[in-house]
Design a protein around this ligand. Sequence first.
Ligand code: BDP
Length: 718
Amino acid sequence: MKKLLYSLLLLCYALPVLAEDGYRLWLRYDKISNPTLLSAYQSQVTAVYAEGNSDILNAAKEELTHGFSGLLDRKITVTSALTDNSIVIGTPQSSPLIASLQLSQLEQLSSEGFTIFSRKIKEKNCIIIAANTDAGVLYGSFHLLQLAQTQQKIINLAVISSPRIQLRILNHWDNLTRTVERGYAGFSIWKWHLLPGYIDPRYKDYARANASIGINGTVVNNVNANAQILTKEYLLKVAALAKVFRIYGIKIYLSARFSAPIELGKLKTADPLHPEVKEWWKKKVDEIYTYIPDFGGFVVKANSEGQPGPQNYQRTHADGANMLADALAPHKGIVMWRAFVYSNETPVDRTKQAYNEFKPFDGQFKSNVILQVKNGPLDFQPREPFHPLFGALPKTPVMMEFQLTQEYLGQGTTLVYQAPLMKEVLDADTYRNGKGTTVASVIDGSAEKHTLSGIAGVANIGDDRNWCGHPFAQSNWYAYGKLAWDPLTSADKIADDWIRMTFTNDPAFVTATKKMMLASRETVVNYMTPLGLHHIMGDGHHYGPSPWSDRLGRADWNPVYYHRADTAGIGFDRTEKGSNALEQYAPEVRKIYQDPATCPEEYLLWFHHISWKQPLTSGKTLWEELCAKYYGGVEEVRSMQKNWELLKGKVDEERFAHVHMLLAAQEKEAVWWRNACLQYFSTFSKMPIPAGYEQPDQTLDHYKAIRVLNAPGNGGGN
Ligand code: BDP
């Protein structure tokens, strides 16, 4: 009896441990399920051999032993003598053994690159992970683990890989109060009030996850910055985080509030050309480096949406950025100056303003300044054409900003895999130096041979147990890192690996889930903003549809400003006859977009005002096509639901149920978008939703009356 009770008790304790809560992300390292492969791997990997003892090398050893112990279901340890079937890791500096191999391929690698290959050393079969730096070894270690996690061969390896982009950064829009602006996965993971004394174990797991996909920098506070982060008290907290991240090759950066000299320094001005202001920043930066010797630098949102900036003092963005750059330069720090700028007064089409603001300053920024440009010219919409600044600043390094958090993509309930969105922009041709000057080649620096290159992703991470809220939102963090390392990787390959590592290698599950992920972005576009529509979401919180909104403080915050529906048609004319935003693109791009006949239909209403009865390529009129897209989008969500049901039993019950419930919520939202938008637009088209479609079960007035209270991610102080 006693024994039985004891076993029951054990079972109770054991169960929660077995539950799959998503915390381990894509680093689960569960036993390889395929028995043949398992025994093959078991004979190929028996130990880890490493010379050298730096923190980063130790992290690599720890990950390899922990990871392979799990995957191979037997203890893998670090050995002090080389044994058969070892993984040998190191750099020529850390390891005499690696140095003795005289690896010519190391010359081809950048400082963070790695090579993995199989070779016999002293009659022993080895897998060698070599690099020029310890960080490269760490990345190579994660790569080898990923090969095993995705059940690929690990014999006869010959991998060579270097990141194409130098700065691969996450931007946290986390406030010091721990609310997260546009965050849908709980509160900030940074426990500011407990730092620097308490180091949450989560910080290490965060760093591991980032290192596993090559992310090497993080901005820990919101771009709508609070100057308090620059006080000694907070800098010591930041230094405590930096200490954890450093072990995983990650540098810390901060969002700097431009008016900090006034708020913290009690100066009367923050004028970037004022000697006292320059001196204040210089001293502040010197102080930061005493606590964080490898501090990365600042990101700055200036003169945008109420943030202070150099224009408050009749100075330019270049004046502001260069002043901070001067303070950082002696320490090799950089400034990421955001181009998400639109003025309060200018009545110009908002999508034109960043270009107008920055183009004249091309070539006037200091060498440690990089401009951070959002993927599209408006604001992270479900679909936008690429930002014209990518084709306009040959003398300035330009970095990409993507938004991983799903502010405009259904927020916490929506299954949307963003790699296709990112690829669409990265692969777009700017024609800056003739055909083939893709956005990717601009941001990786190769188009103009810039030495500074970068990419930023607005993080979708919070303190939810599974980090990102929606189980599939993790894929966007993962895909971002993979594309930052190599923008040429396909969305398909990234999804394939992610599914295998995060869920299962079961081919039926992988195929079905990948199909669903790859289509998911287009699905969202279809039921939210098809055919180039944009910015028709709810006011303020940006959740749900609100194409009728026309009361916000300024014209270009209102959806009616963007869709311009009237009885003649719908869409924003950005040709010469309209705002002429098209003039900001290269002639080749302009030529494609300016004629509605050649403009890809996904951008049609972005660039043109089109008559309701205009026939499109499908043979349907614009109105009919709009209806078909909205209805198609809803049907696609319904097929996602059906397909997911078929996967029951192929994946753990916890995550299956979680996704099942979220898909049901997404279906309701898709119907809400469809019914609200089509009924509203039909008041202009004067045409009904064609018979044959399921008709809306609620009136337009019903949808207009919906008020979303307490939507997450909106407000809460910084
Ligand atoms: C907008 C967000 C706002 C951000 C802003 C930015 O709604 O919360 O502060 O972008 O990027 O999309 O600065």
